[in-house]
Design a protein. Structure first.
Length: 134
């Protein structure tokens, strides 16, 4: 089994996605978000090259978009990519405020996947995956 190579997105792509300068630790956040995307894609099937990179430019773009959306989601939630921030009661960043304790558990692939990341993967036909016999 070949898994696509990380990272799926660059700090420059994250800046373009959010419209904000990438944080100093953007590479670490993108790598962690990429792990979340990998978990959501455990049953996805798509052609890759010898390095494990998707051949289809639309798949590559969807993976980059989903990764940037995951980082954006984590930043707004006050998460550092560990998932710990989702356990707390109130978070605010700039004009956005979230409150209340979430009883929501992990979703797609065992991770709390950002809704925009999920949509990017679904539009590309990457989720929901299916198990196929050989």
């Amino acid at each position: 089994m070949i898994v696509a190579r990380q990272p799926y997105a660059t700090p420059e792509q994250l800046t373009a996605w959010t419209g904000q300068p990438a944080p100093a630790d953007a590479e670490r956040l993108l790598a962690r978000a990429g792990e979340d995307i990998d978990s959501a894609l455990l049953t996805a099937v798509y052609p890759v090259n010898d390095n494990g990179d998707p051949l289809d430019p639309q798949i590559r773009a969807a993976l980059a978009d989903a990764t940037c959306a995951q980082v954006e989601y984590q930043l707004v939630a006050g998460d550092d990519g560990t998932g710990a921030a989702g356990q707390w009661d109130s978070v605010s960043i700039g004009p956005v405020s979230l409150s209340g304790r979430s009883s929501r558990t992990s979703t797609t692939g065992g991770v709390d996947l950002a809704p925009r990341a999920d949509r990017a993967l679904r539009r590309a036909g990457l989720t929901p995956g299916c198990v196929m016999p050989w």
